[in-house]
Design a binder for this molecule. Structure first.
Ligand SMILES: Cc1cc2nc3c(=O)[nH]c(=O)nc-3n(C[C@H](O)[C@H](O)[C@H](O)COP(=O)(O)OP(=O)(O)OC[C@H]3O[C@@H](n4cnc5c(N)ncnc54)[C@H](O)[C@@H]3O)c2cc1C
Length: 421
């Protein structure tokens, strides 16, 4: 079957890319291995996701949804003291300043349905098993459907949006882990746990585990709270391999978390994920663009994942559309895509490094450099498209900030192609 574009994966990156292309009149097929709705972690959105959601036509559905409204983030020290909530509207005078805490099964379903409504042909329970490479270019994929049959899909451009499965990264040996951000997360859900009322009800709380890591506390609809701890594997697994024991031990490390969970009832399984931050050696190749977690994953402390999925999904689709217009799918066309995406990720990455540096405190930093509050806020709300050098300059006095990673450019034709589908 021939299409203008193939999108692999129906998470936020894939459904955004597919809807963006369909809105431009392109013939798109999206292949998703699961049957939706399906469980996924990554529930807290950032304000700047609003603009992509508006362009692909899901904003009204979001506004009508039962998802918890999120206006702020707060930080809680190990002794239980909460910072003043960090309200997005103080920096962004736009209705985008209110975002959402979402149940991903429902959010991803809404996004995938939207892609369908825009004309995308969606095949669920269809797993891509092989990329078809011809003369150094990706020209399609082979996918297996639920009944076991294999279908070959062909298109001049393929968008990989397979999340942390990272289809092309893993088959091509392109995964490069972040040397420092090697954390894992253990999480679960509580019903009836303590939450603020009114405006502050939907705030994300980031609660520190002394010198080791942090908890997220994300109030969802239906009186459910998503709560998880992130730290180094050696620390979390030090005395037990049992996820419940690990989680309960860490709850004791923060009075605020302990107090808030005490009145609730734990529900569902305890979950774990490893293999934290990474970025692909390449953002694409001839006929191929990588988006969302299929390109890079950054420690989720500032809830950047879904935002970066929306952002790269839309940007990747715009680059794909330009290729279709010019009938030129060469890798060099994705240099700018890689540069812009990496620059945005680096802004967040520097902030994540500062967060984990024991010598650094955001409160002290902003006391010393009050004019930088706007830049820090821009990062936290997802407004990543400007020069953050002045912010880094001040931060690097107290925190060891990372050098920007050098990889992430497309695989150019003249480079050796030792990649099999
Ligand atoms: C512990 C943790 C906490 C997080 N918290 C947050 C948060 O609070 N806020 C936030 O914004 N982000 C958070 N994230 C990150 C967020 O989960 C991801 O960044 C986001 O889901 C990326 O979207 P995506 O579309 O790239 O990938 P995904 O959402 O993973 O979607 C990929 C899709 O591809 C499908 N797929 C995979 N392989 C194939 C194949 N071979 N064939 C067909 N289909 C395939 C999968 O089934 C899946 O549906 C968190 C992540 C972790 C690990």
């Amino acid at each position: 079957m021939n299409y203008d574009a193939i999108v692999i994966g129906g998470g936020p990156a894939g459904s955004t890319a597919a809807a963006t292309l369909a809105l431009k009149g392109r013939k798109v097929v999206l292949l998703e291995k699961e049957k939706f709705p399906r469980y996924h972690i990554g529930e807290s959105l950032l304000p700047y996701g609003y603009f992509t959601m508006e362009r692909i036509g899901v904003l009204d559905k979001m506004k009508k949804s039962a998802f918890t409204k999120k206006y702020s983030v707060q930080f809680v020290s190990p002794d239980g003291r909460a910072s003043v909530p960090f309200y997005f509207h103080t920096h962004l005078q736009h209705e985008a300043a209110q975002t959402w805490q979402v149940l991903r099964s429902e959010f991803d379903q809404l996004m995938l349905d939207n892609a369908r409504e825009k004309g995308v042909v969606v095949h669920e329970e269809t797993t891509v098993r092989e990329g078809i490479w011809e003369n150094g270019a990706v020209v399609g994929v082979k996918a297996v459907s639920k009944d076991g049959s294999t279908t070959e899909f062909r298109a001049p451009i393929t968008i990989d949006a397979t999340g942390r499965d990272a289809f092309f990264i893993s088959r091509s040996g392109w995964k490069i882990r972040d040397p420092y951000l090697d954390k894992i997360a253990v999480w679960t859900y509580y019903k009836g746990a303590k939450r603020d009322s009114g405006y502050d009800e939907g705030a994300t709380t980031v609660a520190y585990v002394p010198e080791k890591g942090w908890f997220w506390y994300i109030p969802l609809a239906g009186d459910i709270v998503s709560v998880g701890v992130v730290a180094e594997k050696t620390y979390l697994y030090k005395t037990s391999k049992d996820l419940k024991e690990i989680f309960d031990q860490q709850v004791e490390q923060n009075v605020w978390i302990k107090d808030h969970l005490a009145v609730g009832e734990q529900i569902g399984p305890y979950r774990v994920t490893g293999e934290y931050s990474y970025r692909s050696r390449h953002c694409g190749a001839q006929g191929l663009i990588l988006t969302g977690d299929a390109f890079a994953f950054l420690d989720p402390v500032f809830s950047s994942g879904v935002f970066l999925a929306l952002y790269s999904g839309e940007m990747g689709a715009n680059f794909a559309d330009a290729c279709l217009t010019d009938n030129d799918f060469s890798a060099s066309r994705f240099v700018k895509y890689g540069t812009e995406l990496c620059k945005s990720i680096e802004s967040m990455r520097a902030l994540v490094y500062a967060f984990y540096d024991h010598n650094f405190s955001f409160r002290e930093y902003l006391k010393e450099f009050p004019t930088m509050k706007g830049d820090v806020t821009d990062c936290l709300i997802g407004n990543l498209l400007h020069d953050f050098q002045p912010m880094y300059d001040g931060m690097s006095k107290h925190a060891k900030l990372p050098e920007p990673l050098k990889h992430g450019a497309p695989l150019l034709q003249e480079e050796t192609v030792s990649v099999q589908g």
